[in-house]
Design a protein around this ligand. Structure first.
Ligand code: NI
Ligand code: MN
Length: 231
């Protein structure tokens, strides 16, 4: 049974029987992290990145260099990372899927958001479109939406028979609790884990509101950063 750990914001560690990966590894300066976790503590086979915003790209470069993990991301973002000296990469694009091994398959989905890398040295760097991921790990299907607004095509993503959906509910930059609950209607996952709702006042939400709005449409898993669940 894959073990899913919510690191905080949209950073999630997934430990399968043979394959380990991290999605959106924002660790350094992540206000959600209270247990002193550092990028050096992460040991994974793959790093999946939904978009170039710093609270998602996070420590990708550091972890990729430490572990030699393969980075999976949209093509333009991969090109940017290659420019930073990352060699183990697997570019993909929206709608494309790839089987990496018997136990691990990845498909890129749409996300309605931005994706530029923005920092003081480089200014604003175009890194393509943002994405979400549908991942099969040990025969379980999980969906990490990345940052996105609600979209009706989540109904198509729901045809994957998702065991777990991970969606933002912080509002302002992404879906809030109400649109998150609509997303659950469209995605029809067995379990849903909200994320992207604690780090700053601007996106802070009461997850119990989300639980009420979802009702009996899915089992809502409210984790504290650092906590895990099994699917
Ligand atoms: Ni973003
Ligand atoms: Mn974000």
């Amino acid at each position: 049974m894959p073990k899913i750990t919510w690191i905080g914001q949209s950073a999630v560690l997934v430990e399968g029987e043979r394959t380990k990966f991290i999605i959106d590894p924002y660790i350094t300066d992540n206000p959600d992290i209270k247990n002193g976790l550092k990028p050096e503590d992460i040991s994974v086979d793959y790093i999946l990145v939904t978009h170039g915003h710093w609270d998602h790209l996070g420590d990708t470069i550091k972890i990729a260099k430490n572990t030699k993990a393969t980075v999976i991301a949209p093509f333009e973002l991969i090109t940017y990372l290659q420019g930073k000296g990352i060699e183990n990469v697997h570019p993909m694009h929206i709608g494309g899927a790839h089987r990496f091994s018997d136990d691990f398959w990845v498909k890129l989905t749409i996300a309605h958001h931005g994706s530029a890398v923005m920092n003081e040295e480089e200014g604003i760097v175009y890194t393509g479109n943002p994405c979400g991921f549908v991942v099969e790990i040990d025969n379980k299907k999980i969906y990490h939406s990345g940052d996105t607004g609600l979209f009706l095509d989540m109904q198509l993503i729901g045809e994957n028979r998702l065991d777990l959906a991970m969606i933002p509910i912080g509002d302002n930059f992404t879906m809030g609790p109400e649109d998150g609950a609509r997303a659950v209607e469209f995605l029809k996952p067995k379990m849903v884990m909200p994320m992207h709702y604690l780090a700053w006042d601007l996106i802070r939400q009461d997850p119990d509101e989300f639980v009420k709005l979802v009702g009996d449409k899915a089992e809502v898993k409210i984790l504290k950063p650092g906590d895990s669940l099994e699917i």
